[in-house]
Each structure stands twice: as structure tokens, then as C-alpha cells.
Design a protein around this ligand. Structure first.
Ligand SMILES: [Zn+2]
Length: 536
């Protein structure tokens, strides 16, 4: 039976409860209009499941007055969709990375919930209810279409003459990819780049992590990083997905998919106890520190002989950034329960490496680099907020990064380029958070100053690369614009900038800390149970 004791135990109890609750709620919501359909079965048989023109499996079917119904489990298995079966053997949950779809016998509806069981429940009415037969759930073509077409772009058709259920993908995507691996600070980071956003699911087991593409295929060959990583022993690539083989003492976090100019998946592997228990956050992670925004690193750009931009009236970027940083430190510590560390407090030259080292050693939770822009055109004005990316979001962003990178870092050379890639990989773990904070900063600056929205941009800033925390670089205005330079010389205008930055930090702190109150038990469930036996 699918609902063997094993399958019950291996599903996370809290998740199971949430799913059951969602299922019961859905059932009661529909109870009044939906009469359980009488399971009148006119005939039964075995059909060929044809996927992309080839026979992939046999699948049991039942002919009922409401049309044919097909055994759900073998179809899901062939298409790479995990099915979890509830403790009573009734609720069947189709597991996708971004959603769970719950169906059950005699319920002419399907319920879509978030993977953690929280958030909105979407109930989709169906023409016919699934029927429970010995050993499995028989579902309609409509249910297959609705549950699987949207996510996977499959089209189903029943050919009664040939006893064939055909599954076609109008366009089967072939994804190109690349893999890189770097180890630092006792953490191994695996980065997988994809040519398009992949549809996938994750299976974690002791000693391995599998990323299985749903529907899509990887184009081979893909170059694999050389062996020798202390935590990731091997990376195996197949058209269907990737497998990380981990060392005995390694624990992998759930992969994060980052979209932007480049789609990439980042997987962090820690030292930790290899365990047969459901993997949660690794012990190392937990004891490290509770999440939150408590320490903020402020980085006044440039310094000393390295003045940065100079305005037409003679203001030096290095002096202005220090003025703003000092005022910002004062206001942040006055108005929020945070500690602020500065990467420089005097007008002296500091390298990019020292700036990130100061932030990392002080275990800052947020890094803000302050700058002022310059442009060949005197008209350019307004603030720009940047977060890190290996590629610039546009030509102008590339130029800004090139200008800022020339400072205190020397000329680029191939060795530094490699270093840049490694750092970028370290920072990429925080990209989503950095982007979120950058949006808040830009929003607050535009609101406060009525500045033209120059938007949030991405570019490869050296000073952001070494930061082991969410990090942004803010260009607070154009020194090259005479009017803007005049304003920036007044303390009142700078106070407005500072105010906007404090509000952005405050909102970000609230968001991060509100999010972290909720225990993230959801991740534990990405363990594939594979519990069901083939009921056909
Ligand atoms: Zn600058």
C-alpha cells in the first residue's frame, strides 16, 4: 500500500498536518455543492503511456460514465513529479518546487498551496472527482491537464482505439549550463548557471543532493570543476539533472535560484553532522548566530589621496562620503537597536580588501558603501543603488563600476579576475537580500528627495565582492552636476539623504526579522520519500 508506515514517518509531521488541514478545509468548502461521485466503473484496462512518441510505462485506466480515469502515480513518476500520499491514503500531493497540488478521492477539486502549507489556498473545481481503487487514485484527463500543464507545459490526449495515453511537450527545452565550485570560510559554494530558468525539484539524502529537472533537459557536455573540494566530493551531470556527492561531514542547504541577467542556482555546503534524520538547518548554521540586522557596516567610498570624483566647485567625493557616513552612523545608532562599524573614520586610503575584511570580522549583517556619481554630462542627476553581479545591467552601470573599481584596488589583472569570480560566488548567496535592500534604498531616496528614479542596477563592484552579508553600493547624487553639488554641500540636504537611508535600513531590518520569526521547517520536506508503490 502506498500509505505504508514508512511513508508516513518520512513526511515532516508539521507539514503533513498543514497539508491535512488544507485538504480538510478544501473538502468542507466544497461539501455542499459536491456530492461524492459514485465510483461506477464500466471497464478497466491497461494503456500505454506514450511520452514524446515513446512508450514510457503502462498505466491502469478505468472507464466511467464521466470519461476515462488513469492511475495517477505511474504518470507522475514518468514525468518526474513526486507524489506524497497522506496518512490515510486519501490525499495525494503533487510536489513541485513552488507549489503543492492536493487531490483526493471523491473531491471534484484540486487545492494548490505553497510548499510550506502557508499562504493562500487556491481551489480549482474539476468536472470529475478522482476515484480510489485498490492501491491508488484514478484521475481524469482534466485533472492531469490542470495539475501538470501549467507547471510543465504537458498536453495529454487519450486514444481509446490504440489504448494509448499520449503526453506531448510542445517545446521541450534544452538548457545550457555551467558549474563552478569554490571553498572558503569552511563553506563550499556550488553555483550552477542555466541558460533559462529551470523547472526542478530537489531531493536530499544523506551524502547527496539531487537537482532533478522537471521536463527540461540539460545539454551536455558540461565542464565539472576539478575534484579536491573538502565538502563536495563529486558533481555528476546528466541530461535529467545534477547530483552533488557530499563528504561524510557535509550538509547541503536547500538550493537557491537567483534570477537576473543570469539565472543561477547557488548551493551552500557546510561542515556538519551527516545524519539520516531529515536535514534542517545545519547545526553549524544555527549556533553561528540568530538571524537579524544588528550590525551594519558603513563604507565611506574612497579616501586620502584617492579622492574619487571632484565636483565643479571642488567638493571631493571622499570627504562627502565620510560626512554622510558619520551622520548616518549617528542616526542609525540613535534610532535603531543596531551597532555601526565604519570601514574608515578618517580621510585615509583603504583598500577594497580591508573594507570587506573589517565588515566580515565585525560580523556585520548589512554592508552599505556610500559614493557620489560623476558623469561627463552636467545634466545627470539623482541617486542610483547597486548590488553585485558579475555582469553589469547596462552600459552605464558598467562604466560606474569601472570608475569605482579603479579606486584603491589597483589595475585589474588576471589573478584579480579569478579572485573576483570567487568573491562574487561568495556574495551571490546574499544576492536576493541585497537586491531587496537595494530596492528599499532606492525607493526611500526617490520618495524623500523627489529625485528622478535612476533605478536599481547591478554591476561588478569590487568593494561588494568580499562582503559576506547583503551588500549595496549607493551613489547618492551627481557631483558632476553643479546644482546637485551645491545641494550636497548643505548639511540639511545631506540630512535628508541620511534620513532616507535610515528608513530603508529600518524597513529592511523589520522585514528580515519578521521573516525569521517563522521557523523554516518547510525546507526539511524537500527530502524525497518516494514512498508510494506503483498501484497500477
Ligand atoms: Zn565612488
Amino acid at each position: 500500500m502506498p500509505s505504508s508506515p514508512n511513508s508516513v514517518r518520512s513526511t515532516h509531521p508539521r507539514r503533513l498536518l498543514l497539508l491535512c488541514v488544507a485538504w480538510l478545509l478544501a473538502g468542507s468548502a466544497l461539501a455542499e455543492d459536491e456530492k461524492p461521485e459514485a465510483p461506477v466503473i464500466l471497464s478497466t484496462g491497461t494503456a500505454s503511456l506514450m511520452v514524446e512518441g515513446r512508450q514510457a510505462a503502462n498505466v491502469a485506466y478505468s472507464i466511467t460514465p464521466g470519461g476515462p480515469r488513469f492511475a495517477l502515480w505511474p504518470i507522475a513518476a514518468v514525468l518526474g513529479v513526486e507524489v506524497r500520499i497522506g496518512p490515510l491514503g486519501d490525499s495525494h500531493t503533487l510536489v513541485f518546487e513552488d507549489r503543492h497540488i492536493i487531490v483526493g478521492p471523491a473531491q471534484a477539486s484540486m487545492v494548490t498551496v505553497a510548499p510550506d502549507g502557508r499562504g493562500e489556498r487556491k481551489i480549482t473545481p474539476l468536472d470529475g472527482a478522482p476515484i480510489r481503487v485498490a492501491g491508488g487514485l484514478m484521475v481524469t484527463l482534466e485533472l492531469l491537464e490542470r495539475a501538470l500543464s501549467d507547471a510543465l507545459n504537458y498536453q495529454f490526449a487519450w486514444n481509446p482505439d490504440q489504448q494509448a495515453l499520449t503526453v506531448a511537450r510542445p517545446e521541450l527545452r534544452r538548457l545550457r549550463g555551467s558549474v563552478s565550485l569554490v571553498h572558503q570560510y569552511q563553506v563550499s559554494l556550488v553555483e550552477i548557471r542555466f541558460s533559462e530558468e529551470p523547472r526542478y525539484r530537489v531531493e536530499q539524502s544523506p551524502g547527496a543532493l539531487d537537482i532533478r529537472l522537471i521536463g527540461d533537459r540539460l545539454e551536455l557536455p558540461i565542464q565539472i570543476p576539478r575534484a579536491g573540494d573538502p565538502l563536495v566530493e563529486n558533481i555528476i551531470v546528466a541530461p535529467e539533472g545534477l547530483r552533488l556527492e557530499l563528504a561524510d561531514n557535509a550538509v547541503a542547504e536547500k538550493p537557491r535560484l537567483l534570477t537576473g541577467p543570469v539565472t543561477r542556482m547557488v548551493i551552500e555546503v557546510f561542515e556538519g553532522r551527516a545524519s539520516s534524520e531529515a536535514p534542517g538547518p545545519s547545526p553549524r548554521r544555527v549556533q553561528e548566530r540568530a538571524p537579524g540586522i544588528r550590525t551594519i557596516a558603513l563604507d565611506p567610498g574612497h579616501g586620502g589621496a584617492e579622492t574619487g570624483a571632484i565636483g565643479p566647485a571642488g567638493s571631493a567625493e571622499a570627504s562627502l562620503t565620510l560626512l554622510v557616513a558619520r551622520a548616518l552612523k549617528l542616526q542609525l545608532e540613535r534610532r535603531l537597536p543596531v551597532k555601526v562599524v565604519m570601514t574608515r573614520t578618517e580621510n585615509v586610503e583603504v583598500t577594497h580588501e580591508t573594507r570587506s575584511a573589517i565588515s566580515n570580522q565585525n560580523r556585520a549583517d548589512l554592508f552599505i558603501s556610500l559614493h557620489f556619481n560623476s558623469s561627463f554630462g552636467p545634466q545627470a542627476h539623482g541617486a542610483e543603488t547597486y548590488f553585485l553581479s558579475r555582469e553589469a545591467s547596462d552600459q552605464r552601470a558598467a562604466e560606474v563600476a569601472a570608475t569605482e573599481n579603479r579606486a584603491a584596488g589597483g589595475e585589474t589583472n588576471p589573478e584579480q579576475d579569478l579572485q573576483m569570480i570567487l568573491w562574487d560566488l561568495a556574495q551571490s548567496y546574499h544576492l536576493a537580500e541585497s537586491q531587496r535592500f537595494a530596492n528599499l534604498v532606492q525607493e526611500e531616496l526617490n520618495l524623500a528627495l523627489g529625485l528622478r528614479d535612476r533605478g536599481v542596477k547591478q554591476a561588478p563592484f569590487r568593494v561588494l565582492m568580499g562582503a559576506k552579508m547583503p551588500a549595496v553600493l549607493v551613489e547618492l547624487g551627481f557631483l558632476s552636476n553643479p546644482a546637485e553639488e551645491t545641494k550636497l554641500q548643505t548639511p540639511a540636504y545631506r540630512a535628508e539623504l541620511v534620513d532616507a537611508l535610515v528608513r530603508a535600513v529600518s524597513r529592511f531590518k523589520t522585514q528580515v526579522e519578521a521573516r525569521d520569526v517563522v521557523p523554516s521547517d518547510a525546507d526539511a520536506d524537500s527530502v524525497g520519500t518516494g514512498a508510494a508503490e506503483d498501484p497500477s
